[in-house]
Design a protein around this ligand. Structure first.
Ligand code: ASP
Length: 501
């Protein structure tokens, strides 16, 4: 039998994972009530009511499993709480001294720890890689003028693609109007079910005062920035360090640059080894996501989800090929082919940061981007360039406005272009942060922040989808900039990339 290449194995892992997860999906009509020394399973409830001192605090209905579990987890003073459950046959029973309410784990999620280890390993690499490669990247761009030129081109290109992405999102959401298609009862249910979850995110109080935002990019302590994984601060520190390494005598700068260059190379070799487990990890991650996903909510939010996905597809299959054609000679088919692993890792981890080591390796080995450009443009892009997230934030804002009956005029829609572009810059390249930063865009046009309760349920799925163009846009910028500098090598979409194999 011919030996399968790594990317083929990853795709097989992805497909089999989805099938496995669907077969062993968690039963959405069953929960486990755990007591101190025992547990019992409850099936097919009609109503699930939380009581405190015998008065009702919250009632959930038959397909609210996720909300029931989350609500109990976030409850304070659990010992005062009783559960009154009305079963499908109409009988009612009260339960006391419940320690936790859990979904019943299926075999679909058993192997997830393998996927978690994979994601943690990639995340472990991301911070040292961004730091080291940006220092080396900035230091290798001959002089300050060169850094300014490449940096300016990079940021300019990122701004252009972000504005285009948001415009696509706005066109899709204004054309389809998913918020107007949704019926009142679905709106009320979603707002009621997810209001606590939404509140806890709003309480994180993200603010987008532009001055404050810019001031916060400067780290008070770079080591704290590294420890906290604050990518914008790390990028700022690394670029400055790289630039000023060029200004001191070579005898002093060379050992430092060699040191960081060694770290960066070691991280890349490490990622090639880590990728050996990618097919299995992707299998477990996708299986767990599918097994845990509440498909009924996807049905409720079908038009909204379709609008986001349609926008992302236009971004990926119309905007990116166009830009590729205008700025380079690379065929889109080869560009995508070269990045098979990148796409699978981005989709299954929902993290641009975790995908960065793979993207860097692929850009250099397959897309013909020289190291000095890849190591500058990619870490910067991973941090600031999030086209998929920006598009999603624009769609979500207008969707929530439509649901609440707000008509957004042209000025407000232009405000969305600006704030979504900035919110995407401020979004950390890790799962779920795009939803948090959405609050800023909502605030900017006066749409109620509580509206995020409407869309939380499908965020995991849309996060996977938006992370793919987030990452693709970084590689796109890489080839565009390398090409504009006349430094783009030959593209080798099938170059061996099997790590240690
Ligand atoms: N998960 C996204 C990324 O890492 C960020 C987001 O939109 O939440 O690119």
């Amino acid at each position: 039998m011919p030996k399968l290449q790594l990317h083929t194995k990853i795709v097989i892992g992805l497909i089999l994972g989805a099938i496995f997860g669907a077969i062993f999906a968690i039963n959405p009509n069953k929960v486990e009530l755990n007591y101190k020394d025992s547990s019992e399973q409850i099936e097919n409830w009609q109503e699930f009511t939380y009581l405190k001192k015998d008065s009702v605090v919250k009632t959930f209905y038959h397909d609210d499993q996720l909300a029931i579990v989350k609500y109990y987890k976030n409850l304070k003073d659990k010992k005062d709480v009783k559960l009154k459950i009305k079963l499908a046959d109409g009988t009612e029973k009260v339960f006391e001294n419940v320690v936790s309410v859990e979904k019943i784990k299926s075999i679909g999620v058993w192997f997830k720890p393998i996927g978690d280890i994979f994601v943690r390993l990639l995340n472990m690499i991301a911070v040292p890689l961004v730091l080291a490669s940006l220092i080396v990247g900035a230091a290798s761009l001959t002089d300050l003028k060169h850094v300014a030129k490449i940096g300016g081109k990079t940021l300019g290109f990122y701004a252009l693609t972000a504005v285009m992405a948001i415009t696509i999102g706005l066109l899709c959401v204004n054309f389809i109007q998913p918020g107007h298609i949704m019926d009142q009862s679905a709106k009320d249910r979603l707002l009621d079910t997810y209001q606590d979850d939404a509140k806890s995110r709003i309480e994180q109080n993200v603010s987008m005062n532009i001055v404050e935002f810019l001031v916060n990019i400067v780290p008070k302590n770079p080591f704290k920035a590294i420890a906290d994984g604050d990518f914008l601060q790390i990028v700022f520190f690394a670029i400055l360090t790289g630039i000023f390494l060029m200004q001191i005598p070579k005898a002093k700068s060379e050992p430092v640059i060699n040191f960081f260059s060694g770290i960066s190379d070691a991280m890349i070799v490490l990622v090639e080894k880590i990728m050996i487990i990618a097919p299995y990890a992707v299998f477990t991650l996708i299986a767990a996501t599918v097994a845990e996903f509440g498909f009924s909510i996807l049905k409720t939010l079908m038009w909204y989800s379709l609008t986001v996905v349609l926008g992302l597809l236009i971004l990926t299959f119309i905007e990116y090929p166009l830009l590729l054609k205008v700025f380079t000679k690379i065929k889109f088919r080869d560009f995508i082919r070269a990045q098979r692993q990148v796409l699978a890792v981005a989709f299954s981890t929902s993290s641009s940061a975790a995908t960065l080591p793979v993207t860097m390796d692929v850009c250099e080995k397959r897309l013909g981007v020289p190291n000095k450009i890849a190591s500058f443009v990619l870490p910067l892009g991973t941090t600031v360039n999030m086209d998929g997230t920006a598009l999603y934030q624009a769609v979500a804002t207008v969707f929530i406005a439509q649901v609440f009956g707000f008509e957004l005029n042209l000025t407000q829609q232009l405000t969305i272009v600006l704030t979504a572009a900035l919110a995407a810059v401020g979004t950390a390249p890790v799962p779920g942060v795009g939803l948090l930063m959405l609050i800023i865009v909502l605030k900017s046009v006066g749409v109620p922040e509580e509206g995020i309760a409407l869309i939380i349920g499908v965020d995991r799925f849309l996060d996977m989808c938006r992370t793919v163009p987030n990452v693709l846009a970084d590689s796109l910028a890489c080839v565009v900039i390398a090409s504009s500098e006349g430094e783009l090598g030959k593209i080798k979409p099938d170059a061996e990339y099997d790590g240690a194999m």
